[in-house]
Design a binder for this molecule. Sequence first.
Ligand SMILES: [Zn+2]
Ligand SMILES: [Zn+2]
Length: 245
Amino acid sequence: MVNEWLSNMHYKLLPAACVLCGANAEPGGQLCFACLTDLPFISTSACTICAMPLVHQGSVCGNCLKQEPFYSKCRATFHYSEPVAHLIQALKFHRKLAYAALLGGVMADALEDQLEQRPQLIVPVPLSRMRLRERGFNQALELARPIARKLAIPIDFKHSHRNRPTSVQSLLPADERRRNVRGAFEFDHPGRIKSVAIVDDVMTTTHTVNEFARMLVAAGVDDVQVWVCARAAPAPVMPLNQAGT
Ligand SMILES: [Zn+2]
Ligand SMILES: [Zn+2]
């Protein structure tokens, strides 16, 4: 009993160790100040619609100029690079659910600073029933929880469904990506939902979230935003009006 008490006090008095470097973490957090500020945050140089990193500030990327997506805006907190890639992989494949609290907490702080309009609902991108059974949790939902708490927006994960597992988009040729996710989602909320923020872990191509956004718009949602933890892009790309000069 005394030993248990001493051991509890030990945990309470000692600061937690930073999960990346082992130094003392910030109070109540999982990272030290240096590791937190070193995270690969996306600066303002990103497409104002899909968050694709760009060379110039305040531009729209070639893809969004060619075909506007069904969502009005995507906010990505990080580049998909280390150490965020490691934290996301560990969350998804090694059940490190504490990393969802870490990453979702940082996303919430970043979103709170930039948010012009609060959506009515946060809807995590659903997993198929098979994938959910394999993994045991939906990483998008786990990332959404701290965001919902901090921004005081309800999460809805009961009225959206993914009716089949889809292949990993990044492994498919470009023309098959759209086909791979076409018709994969359903949204059957009984109420009138005006605005939604979709939450996902990584956005590699825009096809998956765009297909989900298409379903939400078809179900009567007026405005769909996308909030992703990390945006994967091979390299900064030139906006269309600058390319080739
Ligand atoms: Zn550290
Ligand atoms: Zn774009």
